[in-house]
Design a binder for this molecule. Structure first.
Ligand SMILES: Cc1ncc(COP(=O)(O)O)c(C=O)c1O
Length: 450
């Protein structure tokens, strides 16, 4: 490895970071992570911390998951690449499709279309949704509805259904025909409603209103995260997603569950849809499918959609979509090993237990620290603190203050993620009780420093 000073001086000289102003990378150099084991990462100065970000919501099994590493190494030796475009396939991807079908059977998923990550999975689902309606002779159904504050990646389709201006404004004009309804976000919403059940009803009414306004026959799909993640961990009321399902059914609209974060146990259930008792028409998965060790994902396709495509005799169901790395054998081998380990460890159960511990601890922090305006979580290992400079006025905290909380927590042993005025926590699902306390302790120091 190059020496620390060489790396620090050069980081932003030849590298642009995602989701960052290039000048900011120069002014506020990032942590340079050079090693990791278990649930901890180590920086170039040798400082070791618990990774309360879990990579980027993806390293669910931690950094020492040998079965996944071994599967990748072995697959590289046997078949490092082959395409799954028409005419060829590979053994690993066939086996994986069967296993995913079984794993997602409770959601009614029947087929897998493989991708290189979450944005690809979202793009695939949006494209297949339009095509589904064309195949069935409803070509006018092209529009998409989604939720404000939702995050669906950064391809043009995904960005167009995103519900956060940060990922949209500088890239407009986006895809035409995409509309957002208010988010079930109790802390801030246009209705000034703090009761989650009542707010869910108001958001659902807005959805019905939007559908009536656009015309049901023009809408292809509604896409949502079962629990909003990157937008600041917003769990909707339990009535929300089942009611969305019913509204979609009534209007012939497909329901796409973006499970890029919530798939594979993070919510305390195996999927976010299962958490709410909903069967979507398609599911977008990625991230924890390979524990973050290989860029990989899939769009899972439900029975109804699969049947329409497979029964088509017009040629309209020919899939004119796919990626060079769709069904990559190394990704598939990684996913097979990861799925086996995920199921063996039953990580959803630990996510539920540690998530409850974390959420309780965060609410206690709120009692002691005036700058904690809102605490969100309560569904597995995905939590957020929203920081404010004035609790009564809910004034969002400034950048420098939250940066101080972040840095102090880091020095005290936990890497957390700052997103606007939110501190987001999405640690590995193999976190233990002491690790959870250590994250809370580090946050206590961080919040106490301002
Ligand atoms: C819900 C959701 N969808 C899609 C994406 C995009 O995934 P990727 O960054 O792998 O393209 C993300 C990434 O965080 C996500 O959280």
């Amino acid at each position: 490895m190059r020496e620390a000073n060489y790396l620090k001086e050069r980081n932003a000289r030849s590298l642009w970071h995602p989701m960052t102003h290039p000048a900011d990378s120069l002014m506020n150099p990032p942590k340079i992570i050079v090693g990791a084991s278990g649930v901890r990462v180590r920086d170039v100065d040798g400082h070791e911390v618990i990774d309360a970000v879990g990579g980027l919501w993806n390293v669910n099994l931690g950094f020492s998951c040998d079965p996944v590493k071994k599967a990748i190494a072995e697959q590289l030796d046997t078949l490092p690449y082959y395409s799954t475009f028409r005419g060829t396939s590979n053994d690993a991807v066939i086996e994986l499709s069967e296993q995913l079908r079984e794993f997602f059977a409770p959601e009614g998923m029947a087929r897998a279309f493989f991708t290189s990550g979450g944005s690809d999975s979202v793009e695939t689902s949006l494209r297949l949704a339009r095509q589904f309606h064309k195949v069935r002779g409803e070509a006018a159904r092209t529009k998409f509805i989604s939720v404000k504050k939702g995050y669906h990646g950064t391809h043009f389709g995904g960005a167009s259904v995103n519900g956060n201006a940060n990922f949209r404004t500088q890239y407009e004009p986006l895809l035409a025909g995409c509309f957002q309804i208010p988010s079930p976000y109790t802390y801030r919403n246009p209705f000034n409603e703090t009761d989650p059940a009542k707010l869910a009803q108001l958001c659902l009414a807005a959805l019905e209103d939007e559908i009536a306004f656009q015309g049901p026959g023009t809408i292809a799909a509604f896409i949502m995260e079962p629990i909003l993640g990157a937008g600041g961990v917003i769990p909707p009321h339990e009535s929300f997603m089942p009611a969305v399902r019913a509204i979609c059914n009534k209007n012939g609209i497909l329901l796409i569950a973006d499970e890029v974060i919530t798939g594979f146990g993070r919510t305390g259930s195996w999927t976010g849809s299962r958490h709410w008792g909903v069967k979507p028409d398609m599911m977008c998965i990625a991230k924890a499918i390979t524990n973050g060790y290989f860029p990989f994902g899939a769009t899972m396709i439900g029975e109804t959609v699969a049947e329409a495509f497979e029964a088509d005799e017009t040629g309209r169901a020919n899939i004119g979509h796919g990626y060079t790395y769709s069904g990559h054998p190394v990704g598939a081998a990684a996913a097979l090993a990861c799925l086996a380990e995920t199921k063996k460890l039953g990580v959803h159960e630990n996510a539920a237990e540690r998530g409850a511990q974390l959420f309780t601890g965060l609410k206690e922090l709120q009692l002691r620290h005036e700058i904690v305006g809102d605490v969100r979580g309560g569904h597995g290992l995905m939590c957020a603190l929203e920081l404010v400079s004035d609790r009564a006025a809910k004034t969002p905290i400034d950048k420098d203050t939250i940066a101080k909380v972040h840095e102090t927590a880091y020095r005290a042993g936990a890497l957390v993620r700052v997103s606007g005025a939110n501190i987001i926590l999405s640690p590995p699902l193999v976190l233990d009780e002491a690790d959870t306390d250590a994250i809370l302790g580090a946050l206590e120091e961080g919040l106490g420093a301002v």
